[in-house]
Design a protein around this ligand. Sequence first.
Ligand code: NAG
Ligand code: NAG
Ligand code: NAG
Ligand code: NAG
Ligand code: NAG
Ligand code: NAG
Ligand code: NAG
Length: 917
Amino acid sequence: MASHFFTCIAILFLLSINVESNEVSDLEPLQAAEKKTLMETGWWSNHSKKDADHCRWPGVRCDAVGSVTEIDLSGHGLNGSIPPQIGALSKLNYLNLSMNGLRGELPPSFRNLTQLLVLDISHNEIDSISLAIENMKNLVSLNLTRNLIADMPSAIGFLTNLTHLIMDSNPLLHGIPHQVWNLEKLMTLQLSHCLLSGPIPSNIAKLESLVTLDLSSNMLVGPLPSSVSNLTNLTVLNLQRNQLNGSIPKEIGRLTNLVTLDLSNNMLLGPIPSSLGRLIKLVSLNFRFNQINGFIPQEIGNMKNLSFLRLGSNKIQGPLPPSLGNLSNLKQLRLYRNQINGPIPSEITNLNNLVLLDLGVNNFSGQIPPFLGLLPSLTSLYLDSNLFEGFIPSDIGKLKNLTTLYLSNNKLTGPIPLSLCHLTNLITLSLSSNLLRGPIPLEIGILEGLIFLDLSQNGLSGPIPTQIGKCLNLLELNLANNHLSGRVPNFPFYLEKLNLSFNSLMGPIPSVLFHLPPESFTGNKDLCGAITGFPPCPSSSSPTVKGKRNSKVMHNLKIIIVVPTLFLVSTLALVMLAIFRHRAKSFKPDPSATKNGDIFSVWNYDGRIAYEDIIKSTEDFDIKYCIGTGGYGSVYKACLPSGRVVALKKLHRFEAEKPAFSKSFGNEVKLLTEIRHRNIVKLHGFCLHKQCMFLIYEYMERGSLFCVLSNDDEAVELDWIKRVNVIKCVAHALAYLHHDCSPPIVHRDISSNNVLLDSNLEAVVSDFGNARLLDPDSSNHSILAGTYGYIAPEFAYTIVVSEKCDVYSFGVLTLEILMGKHPGELLTSLSSASSQNMMLSDILDPRLSPPTNKRITLDIILASSLAFACLSLNPKSRPTMKIVSQEFLAHRRPLFSKPIREVSLSELLNCKMYMED
Ligand SMILES: *[C@@H]1O[C@H](CO)[C@@H](O)[C@H](O)[C@H]1NC(C)=O
Ligand SMILES: *[C@@H]1O[C@H](CO)[C@@H](O)[C@H](O)[C@H]1NC(C)=O
Ligand SMILES: *[C@@H]1O[C@H](CO)[C@@H](O)[C@H](O)[C@H]1NC(C)=O
Ligand SMILES: *[C@@H]1O[C@H](CO)[C@@H](O)[C@H](O)[C@H]1NC(C)=O
Ligand SMILES: *[C@@H]1O[C@H](CO)[C@@H](O)[C@H](O)[C@H]1NC(C)=O
Ligand SMILES: *[C@@H]1O[C@H](CO)[C@@H](O)[C@H](O)[C@H]1NC(C)=O
Ligand SMILES: *[C@@H]1O[C@H](CO)[C@@H](O)[C@H](O)[C@H]1NC(C)=O
């Protein structure tokens, strides 16, 4: 009781002092000036009235005498320029403005911040620091990640106390000033994704305190200087994704503190130096995608801590050293696509923690050793495209956690062992292109999780077991080029790809497979059914009475639907053709008419749109028909006398007088009259008259993607299948514009506002007001165009238009569709470690329940990893839309065969799947 009492008194006492000081405002002159400074920034306008003590405002800290020493407004939604007043806070030693939308330069007044120790303005849009930093002599940590700084100022050389210099993802076009090499205390130097070119300067060896060196994802050339080996305190050396050549210096063995060594995706030659064996602290070694040759040195077995060994896509030869068996911590051994030969050494059974073993596309020979069944943790086993022979050992069936098994393209003989059907976690099984004989085991139906099953190009015989119909997740089934006989079983689910060609199958093709192309069935003995090239089945050959009745009803229905539609379509087509010919004569846009600004033209429609109808049906563009207002003009819905509905985009009179607006209208007409794609909005006509400018489009019932995503009910209706479909539609439309149009067309304003949805939630790309033809003979210079939040970062330093700016916007849009909102914050935090630790499932739109269907899951993983590739800061490392569109059409090895909740953003960011293993 007593102690409570005193506490209360003490608090009252403190309060009263406070109240007093508020009233009297007896701050020291310096503190009063600082408070005024803070108020002038406008950043605390909400608090300055409520709380008189500026030291208690959010993100502000003061020292004992009341001077401001710390400001932390990370992620506070600040934008605009940084107020120069901050420079007057002379006692400031910590300033964190990261993760905001701050723009422009770091104010020159910052030169007064001589006490500053930590400056973090990462993840903003700052474009210059040159005039601000030269006096920050005490600065220890400078984090400028993800800004738009093109010029790394030489004044950085004055910051002699600097230990952390982090500038990832800035377009450092002028390179690294030599003064940086004098920063002797530097422990962290991170300059990934900075467009750096030229060789790695050997001066780097002067930074002897370095612990982390990351120059990855640049355009660095030349050899890795051997002097790097003087940096003996290094724990992380990341030089991946450059164009380094020459061999790996043997002195690298001096870097005995290394934990992570990544030289992947370069053009390194020569052998792996045996001195590598001295790196006994190494956990992750990645040399993949180089031209490394020679043997894997025996000494590799000394790296007892190694968990990840990636040497794929090189030219490594010789047998595997038995010493590999010493790496008992190894989780992943990836040796894909080399020229390694000999048998798999038995020592590999010591790798108790091995989760992934990829020996695919090498020259391994001998039998697949039964002892592989002793690797208890294995989930993925790739032995495809080698010279393995003999039987598939039944011990493989002991690998209970296996999800992926590739044994294709070897010389394996004998039957498919029954034990494989015990691998109930299998998602992908490929045994194709071997010499396997005998039947497909009936037990295959146990593998309910299978998505990809490929047994093609073998000598398998007997019937296709009907039990295969139990593999409900199957997406692709390939049994081509075997000796399978009997009937085609019924598949009670939708198969996306099926290949049964070149077998001895007979009887009717089940109607559930009629969506497949004829090639799926060619080269069989006696198949029949309603597929081009096959005879219709005699009515007695239907498999069951029930099936017969069903298929007959279906057939009748189809006839009823198909006949009138065909009739209608052909009549319409004739009418349209006639009208089009007629209109082409009388209404074709005619350059002389354009001069007077007086064209009304309608085509590509039923020909019944008349100017008067439009004016009448919108009561001369009455506001009540307005369904939206865009960057220029408004959009109206017009219900024509014929009952057809169209959308009209109209420039208002005062806008029509601005040349820029009428120009983008003309631009849109010009482009849209020339292109046709099912995922690009259809223009039916236009009126270009100085009194009344409007465009006539097909009407999209559900409006913009942005609106659908903003409405909780509609967003839920746009489920995962439909969202993936929208992403694919936009990808195909952009691939068409970039690669099938000549000259290519760059849209320049891809955003969720410009993607429209019809009543089935199918998507089209609209709004071509900013679009440009890419003229191969001109420089394609331009002013900035597009929607803030979707514009590619290179526009900060270049005015050259390329299709890669659409690719970037597509990346933003894809994440927006998956997340249900613009990925603003995620974009700015992508290169930070914290966001890389996030899981894909954390960012998916929480309004939808997580995807459970495996096919959709794979599509979401594919879409998000493509999106991240499209968001690459370096336009050259973004994939083309053609590649993106093809990735959606192709079905490759699944990227990850694990549940979606276990997929992290860093895995997606780092998988370069479109040119991947
Ligand atoms: C100030 O308050 C308004 C309204 O409560 C809020 O929208 C705004 O974000 C606040 N600004 C800051 C800087 O906290
Ligand atoms: C910076 O310091 C100098 C000298 O102390 C002073 O004259 C100048 O006004 C200061 N600038 C700002 C923006 O506070
Ligand atoms: C740098 O750091 C040292 C030791 O922490 C300190 O004594 C010195 O004042 C700092 N500033 C400069 C400009 O060297
Ligand atoms: C910037 O780098 C520093 C290391 O000096 C780190 O502590 C900080 O978290 C980084 N900021 C962000 C936003 O990642
Ligand atoms: C390397 O690290 C050790 C241990 O942390 C330290 O004592 C030494 O000073 C560092 N070397 C350099 C050159 O910074
Ligand atoms: C590397 O270190 C050695 C001795 O430790 C020294 O002689 C040599 O000059 C250093 N090389 C560079 C490029 O700093
Ligand atoms: C197999 O997978 C399960 C579930 O992921 C896991 O708990 C178990 O530890 C794994 N078994 C081995 C031997 O790794």
